[in-house]
Design a protein around this ligand. Structure first.
Ligand SMILES: NC(=O)c1ccc[n+]([C@@H]2O[C@H](COP(=O)([O-])OP(=O)(O)OC[C@H]3O[C@@H](n4cnc5c(N)ncnc54)[C@H](O)[C@@H]3O)[C@@H](O)[C@H]2O)c1
Length: 284
């Protein structure tokens, strides 16, 4: 089996990006959303993003049209029956992901591969909801998907080498660099990034320096594209807190404990760029 048709469940920020890069790599893509309205909005976001690429001269109008023509939308999971690889990108919720994987397991071909784009849920827990545990893996893209050049491919203790090879071949066609990770919390990037971001918030809370000086110091002192508080706002403080809590529950190490300021900002709805306010303010 080689992957010829790709399914994507969830057409939000990540699912839309995944569908877009797959379509640009000439895969026929079936995207599933919960309601016709959400599907319509998700597909419109992809089309608008491709439109911006045309304006910037990165794509031709024909390439945009051809990519959109390769994407078909559905609100019925059974429309993914002919897909060889399905990438799930719904909300970060274990029960919801397990429910979708159990349903997909009954719908897709026996050798089809099921992958999750989760940032923090244990892949083995998702795989255990299926009868094809050796064909379930993590395929963790980064935001924004069309721009970020790396994908973490996550192998559980039972994922077959063949499934991993197939996923790596797809990632290669998408022009993404693959890094292989074990199914441990945070994989590679979040395991290393999250404690750093939590420490930056602790530094602000402890009065080490101002918001701007923490960001400027790390940006200019370490040659980073943005400071940690700006990055935390971009990721979403709710997401950062959620991943921090997952890491803390698993490893019981102080470095993963959320600073009180982070928890309070999330409770207050100040979750960063997407809410208009986090460490910085944003006009939406
Ligand atoms: N946002 C990021 O920076 C980022 C980065 C890497 C991975 N992730 C992971 O990607 C996944 C999606 O995150 P996102 O930021 O795109 O979220 P999002 O809220 O933008 O999108 C999720 C989409 O899934 C849809 N959905 C929910 N339940 C569904 C169902 N049963 N069937 C079909 N669609 C359903 C929602 O309607 C929504 O459009 C999460 O697991 C998240 O951890 C996010």
């Amino acid at each position: 089996m080689t992957v010829e048709r790709i399914g994507v469940v969830g057409c939000g920020q990540m699912g839309g990006g995944i569908a877009q890069v797959c379509a640009l790599a000439e895969y026929p893509v079936v995207v599933m959303e919960q309601t016709p309205d959400l599907l319509h909005r998700g597909l419109a976001r992809i089309d608008a993003q491709l439109g911006r690429d045309v304006e910037k001269g990165k794509l031709s109008a024909d390439q945009r049209q051809a990519a959109m023509a390769r994407i078909s939308g559905t609100t019925d999971l059974s429309s993914l029956s002919e897909c060889d690889l399905v990438v799930e990108a719904v909300v970060e919720n274990l029960d919801e992901k397990r429910r979708i994987f159990a349903a997909l397991d009954r719908i897709v071909k026996p050798d089809a591969i099921l992958a999750s784009n989760t940032s923090s849920v244990c892949i083995m827990e998702i795989a255990a909801a299926t009868e094809r545990r050796d064909r379930v893996a993590g395929m963790h893209f980064f935001n924004p998907v069309p721009v970020m050049p790396v994908v973490e491919v996550v192998k559980t203790i039972v994922t077959s080498d063949d499934a991993i090879d197939q996923i790596c071949a797809v990632a290669d066609k998408l022009h993404k660099t693959v890094v292989l990770a074990k199914d441990t919390p945070g994989f590679i990037v979040n395991l290393l990034l999250v404690p750093y971001l939590l420490d930056a918030i602790r530094a602000l809370e402890g009065g080490v320096a101002s918001r701007d000086d923490i960001d400027t110091a790390m940006k200019l002192g370490c040659g980073l594209p943005m400071g940690p508080l700006t990055l935390a706002d971009f990721i979403g403080l709710d997401t950062l807190l959620y991943i921090g809590d997952v890491l803390l529950n698993e490893f019981h190490q102080e470095k993963y404990a959320a600073p009180p300021l982070l928890r309070r900002m999330v409770i207050a709805g100040m979750v960063g760029r997407k809410s208009g306010k986090g460490f910085y303010e944003y006009t939406r």
